[in-house]
Design a protein around this ligand. Structure first.
Ligand code: AMP
Length: 410
C-alpha cells in the first residue's frame, strides 16, 4: 500500500509517501518513496520536494491555503516517476499527525464524521494546531473524495496511560471536571516509536519495557515508560511545560506571568507568546534557538550566555531524569532521540556527566559514532544503565498505524 503521511501546520505542510503493508511491517521493510514540505502557506510559499535517493527540488509559488498546498503535492507526486505511483488512484490511504486528541483518543483512529467532530471539540486545547490538522483532513476529502481511508494519529494518545497522580495539577479539582485542565503530554508518536524500536531490537515483550525516552529537538520532552506504558511525561496541558526548548521556557513559576506583565506592560497573551517564542535557548543566549550554533559559539568564542543556555538545558534534562528514576523505581535504559538527541554527542555527554552517581558511563567512541541517524548503544560495557540513541520516525509510525487500522488491527 502507498500511504501519504501529512503533518499540516498553520502555515506549513510536511509529507512523506511511504510504501508499507502488514507483511512489510513484519519484515521491517517499509520504504519511503518521497518526502517534502511547503513553508509559508498563505503567501509566497517555498516548496521543497524530493524523491527518495534523488536531489531535493526547491521552488517558490503563491499558495493560498492547505488545500492548494495538498494539490501542489499531489500534482508533483504524479509528475515524478515513482515506482508503483502513477496517479492519484495509487495512493491507498492518508495518515495525519493530529496534535490534540484530548481524553477522547488513547490510540489512532480511522476518520469519519464523528471523529472529525471530536477533533474539532479539542480545538480549545490546541487552538493553533488542531484547526490546521482539520483543514488537512478536509482537503484530502475534497481532492480524493470521502471514501479514501484517512487515519488520525494523535500526539497526545500514547500518554493517555498516565495515572491521575501524574496528570492532575494541584489546582481546584473542578477545573479538571469543568474544563479538562490536566497534563496531556505531546510527542507521543515519537516516544511510542522509540519504545517500540527498543523492544524490537532487544526482542523483549512490551510489558517488559522500562525506559526513559528523551525527545530533544527544537521542542523537547521526556517520558517515563514502565511496563510499556507512559507513566509520566514533561509536557503538560500545552507543549510549554517541562524541559528547556529552542524558544520555549519549559517549567517556571506561574506567578511570573502576572509579574512580567506588570513590569513590562504586556497582556497575559503577550507574555505567553514570549514564553513560547522568545524564551528557552534563544531567550537565555540572546543569540539563537539552534543548538548547533550555540555549541559553536561556546566553543569558538567562549560566549558566556551560549554556555549558560547549554548548561541550563542539560541541567534541566538531568533533573527530570532523576525525578523519573524515582517515579519509575529505576529504569533499564535511557534513550536519546530528536534533532539534538540524535546528533549531538557533546550534549549527550554533558547530560550523562551528571548521571555518574547512577553508575552511568558513556563510551566516547560509541557516542561519537551515533550521529546522523545511526542507532546504537553509547554506554560503556560496565555502565550500570544502558544508554541508547534511537532515531525517531513519527511518519513511519503514522503510516504503519494507518495500515493496521485499515486491517482492523487497532
Ligand atoms: P528537531 O526539532 O527534532 O528537528 O531538532 C532540531 C534541532 O536539532 C535544531 O534546532 C538543532 O538545534 C538540533 N541539532 C541538529 N543537529 C545538531 C547537531 N549536530 N548538534 C547539535 N544540535 C543539533
Amino acid at each position: 500500500m502507498n500511504i501519504l503521511v501529512l503533518n499540516c501546520g498553520s502555515s506549513s505542510l510536511k509529507f512523506q509517501l511511504i510504501a508499507t503493508d502488514l507483511e512489510r511491517i513484519e519484515r521491517r521493510a517499509d520504504q519511503r518513496l518521497a518526502y517534502g514540505m511547503i513553508d509559508r502557506i498563505g503567501g509566497a510559499a517555498i516548496l521543497n520536494f524530493a524523491v527518495e535517493g534523488q536531489k531535493p527540488e526547491k521552488s517558490a509559488a503563491p499558495i493560498r491555503n492547505i488545500s492548494a498546498a495538498l494539490d501542489a503535492v499531489i500534482k508533483w507526486i504524479a509528475s515524478q516517476s515513482i515506482e508503483g505511483v502513477k496517479n492519484l488512484g495509487d495512493i491507498d490511504a492518508v495518515g495525519h499527525r493530529v496534535v490534540h486528541g484530548g481524553e477522547y483518543f488513547a490510540q489512532s483512529v480511522l476518520i469519519d464524521d464523528d471523529v472529525l467532530q471530536t477533533i474539532e471539540d479539542c480545538i480549545e486545547l490546541a487552538p493553533l494546531h488542531n484547526p490546521a490538522n482539520i483543514r488537512g483532513i478536509q482537503a484530502v476529502r475534497e481532492i480524493f473524495g470521502k471514501t479514501l481511508p484517512q487515519a488520525a494519529v494523535f500526539d497526545t494518545a500514547f500518554h493517555q496511560t498516565l495515572p491521575p497522580k501524574a496528570f492532575l495539577y494541584a489546582i481546584p479539582y473542578q477545573l479538571y471536571r469543568r474544563h479538562k485542565i490536566r497534563r496531556y503530554g505531546f510527542h507521543g508518536t515519537s516516544h511510542r516509536y522509540v519504545a517500540y524500536q527498543y523492544r524490537t531490537v532487544n526482542n523483549i515483550p512490551r510489558e517488559n519495557v522500562n525506559i526513559i525516552t528523551l525527545h530533544l529537538g527544537n521542542g523537547s520532552s521526556i517520558a517515563a515508560i514502565r511496563g510499556g506504558n507512559t507513566i509520566d511525561t514533561s509536557m503538560g496541558l500545552t507543549p510549554l511545560e517541562g524541559l528547556v526548548m529552542g524558544t520555549r521556557s519549559g517549567d517556571l513559576d506561574p506567578a511570573i506571568l502576572e509579574f512580567v506583565g506588570a513590569k513590562e506592560g504586556l497582556t497575559i497573551h503577550e507574555t505567553e507568546m514570549m514564553l513560547n517564542k522568545q524564551s528557552g535557548l534563544l531567550g537565555i543566549s540572546g543569540l539563537t534557538n539552534d543548538m548547533r550554533e550555540l555549541l559553536a559559539e561556546a566553543e569558538e568564542s567562549d560566549d558566556r550566555r551560549a554556555r549558560l543556555a547549554i548548561e541550563i538545558f542539560c541541567y534541566r534534562v538531568g533533573k527530570y531524569i532523576g525525578s523519573y528514576l524515582a517515579a519509575m523505581n529505576g529504569t533499564d535504559a535511557i534513550i536519546f532521540a530528536g534533532g539534538i538527541g540524535e546528533n549531538s554527542s557533546k550534549i549527550r555527554a554533558l547530560i550523562c556527566e551528571n548521571l555518574g552517581w547512577l553508575g552511568v558511563r558513556l563510551d566516547e567512541g560509541r557516542n561519537d559514532e551515533c550521529v546522523g541517524g545511526r542507532e546504537g548503544v553509547i554506554s560503556a560495557d560496565d555502565s550500570r544503565l544502558k544508554i541508547w540513541v534511537i532515531p525517531t520516525n513519527e511518519e513511519l509510525l503514522i503510516a504503519r498505524d494507518t495500515v493496521r487500522l485499515i486491517h482492523g488491527l487497532i
